[in-house]
Design a binder for this molecule. Structure first.
Ligand SMILES: NC(=O)c1ccc[n+]([C@@H]2O[C@H](COP(=O)([O-])OP(=O)(O)OC[C@H]3O[C@@H](n4cnc5c(N)ncnc54)[C@H](O)[C@@H]3O)[C@@H](O)[C@H]2O)c1
Length: 373
C-alpha cells in the first residue's frame, strides 16, 4: 500500500560527519522536515550534532531506524557502509536518502533498488548538482538546439586534498570505491541528465608517487546523442587552489560552466536575431554582448556538411548571483523538497529518482574497469 505523506517527515541522520551535519543544518530550515534523531559510530560526534538540533542520540543504527518518529533515514556515512544501512532502513519500511554513491558495486545497488521497490519506499541518491539553476539552464540550452548539437565536453576538476590526510577513508578504495565511484559519480549523473545514456570508452587512473593512493582519474564517455565527454578528477591541490574547467562544445558555440556545483555560465555562439531572442528567454536577465556582426554576404556558411546562417557572434553570461554556500544549500533543500512533494503526491515527477543512483554508478563502475555494467 502506497502511503501518502502529509505531516512533516521525521529525519534520522546516520553519519554525523562533515556532510551529514551540513545537510542537517539545511534540512532543519526546510518546511516538511523535522530533525528526529542522530546516530554515528563515534558517539561524541553524534552528541555534538544532536545537541545543536535538540534531538536524541541513538547508540545503534537500528534503534534510530526503528524509532516511530523517524520516517526518512539520511545515510551520510562513507560509501562502503551505505548498502548495509540502507537495507536495514528499507526492511523497517523507512524511506532513505542515500549519499553518493548508492553502493560501490552494481549487484548491491540492484538489490537495494529491488528491496526499496518491494517495500514501496524511496531511495534517491543525494545528487544535488541536478538542482542548480545553472544545471537547468544548461539543459534548456541543449534542448533548445540554438547552438546545434553538443559534440564534446571537458570537465577537469582540480580538487583540494587539504582535508584528506593520508589516513582518510577517501584514499581506501575498499571504503570509498575510488574517485570514479566516490566523486565522479556526481558528474556521470549530471551528464546523464544533459546527454542521456552513454558508455565509458576509455579510462585511466594514477596513483600518487610512493603510495597506493589513487589521486588522479580520467575517462572518456561516449553518449548516445553522439557527444563525447572527458572527465578528469585530481585530488592534489591546496584548498585555495581548488578549481575546475568545464566546457561544452556545440556545433555553433561554446558553453562554460563555473563552479563544481554549477554556479554561473557563459555562452558564446553564432546566432541570428531570433536565436538571440530565444537565448534571452532561456537565460532571463543575462548580460548580452555582441562580439561580432556579420555582413549580409557573410551570414551563410557551412560546418559539419550543413548549411548554417547567423548574423552575429554573441556572448551571454548568466547565473543566480548567490554565493557558493547559498547555492549548495539551495540544491540540498530542493532535492529534499522534491522527494517530499513526491511522498505527498506520487504523480509528482522527481528530478532525482531511484534509477539515477544506479545509472550513474554503472558508468563509474565501467570507468574503474572492475566489473561489466
Ligand atoms: N552529495 C554531496 O554533494 C556530498 C558531499 C560530500 C560528501 N558526500 C558523501 O557523504 C558521505 C559522508 O561524507 P563526509 O565527507 O561527511 O564523511 P565524514 O568522514 O566527514 O563523515 C562520515 C561519518 O560517518 C561516521 N560513520 C562511519 N561509518 C559508520 C557506520 N557504519 N555507522 C554510523 N556512522 C558511521 C563517521 O564516524 C563520520 O562521523 C560520503 O558518502 C560522501 O561521498 C556527498
Amino acid at each position: 500500500m502506497v502511503q501518502t505523506q502529509t505531516r512533516p517527515l521525521g529525519l534520522g541522520l546516520i553519519g554525523c560527519g562533515g556532510f551529514g551535519e551540513y545537510c542537517m543544518e539545511t534540512y532543519a530550515r526546510l518546511p516538511g522536515i523535522r530533525p528526529a534523531a542522530a546516530h554515528d559510530r563515534t558517539r561524541p560526534v553524534a552528541e555534538r550534532l544532536a545537541g545543536r538540533f535538540g534531538i536524541p542520540v541513538e547508540d545503534e543504527a537500528l534503534s534510530l531506524i526503528h524509532r516511530p518518529d523517524v520516517d526518512i533515514v539520511h545515510i551520510a556515512t562513507p560509501p562502503s557502509t551505505h548498502v548495509e544501512l540502507a537495507f536495514k532502513a528499507i526492511a523497517a519500511g523507512k524511506h532513505v536518502l542515500c549519499e553518493k554513491p548508492l553502493a560501490i558495486n552494481l549487484a548491491d545497488a540492484d538489490a537495494l533498488l529491488a528491496a526499496a521497490r518491494s517495500r514501496e519506499v524511496i531511495l534517491p541518491v543525494n545528487f544535488v548538482l541536478r538542482y542548480s539553476p545553472v544545471t537547468e539552464a544548461v539543459d534548456r540550452i541543449i534542448r533548445s538546439g540554438i547552438l546545434g548539437r553538443p559534440l564534446h565536453a571537458v570537465f577537469e576538476n582540480f580538487a583540494q586534498d587539504e582535508i584528506l590526510g593520508p589516513r582518510h577513508w577517501f584514499w581506501n578504495a575498499k571504503i570509498s570505491g575510488g574517485i570514479f565511484i566516490e566523486h565522479a559519480v556526481h558528474f556521470f549523473d549530471l551528464y546523464a541528465g544533459w546527454f542521456g545514456p552513454g558508455h565509458v570508452a576509455a579510462a585511466h587512473a594514477v596513483t600518487r608517487e610512493d603510495s597506493m593512493a589513487e589521486d588522479r582519474v580520467m575517462c572518456i564517455t561516449h553518449y548516445n546523442n553522439g557527444a563525447v565527454v572527458y572527465q578528469y578528477h585530481g585530488f592534489d591541490q591546496a584548498e585555495r587552489m581548488d578549481r575546475q574547467n568545464h566546457h561544452l562544445l556545440f556545433e555553433l558555440g561554446d558553453l562554460y560552466v563555473y563552479g563544481w556545483v554549477p554556479q554561473s555560465l557563459a555562452v558564446t555562439g553564432l546566432v541570428d536575431e531570433e536565436g538571440l531572442a530565444r537565448f534571452q528567454t532561456l537565460l532571463p536577465g543575462a548580460d548580452v554582448q555582441v562580439l561580432e556582426t556579420f555582413r549580409p554576404q557573410d551570414q551563410n556558411f557551412h560546418s559539419r556538411w550543413k548549411e548554417r546562417h547567423a548574423t552575429q557572434r554573441v556572448r551571454l553570461t548568466w547565473g543566480p548571483g548567490i554565493s557558493k554556500d547559498a547555492l549548495y544549500r539551495q540544491c540540498i533543500s530542493q532535492l529534499m523538497a522534491d522527494q517530499i512533494a513526491y511522498l505527498a503526491d506520487r504523480s509528482h515527477v522527481r528530478r532525482v529518482a531511484e534509477s539515477n543512483g544506479r545509472e550513474a554508478l554503472a558508468l563509474a563502475v565501467q570507468a574503474t574497469g572492475r566489473e561489466k555494467a
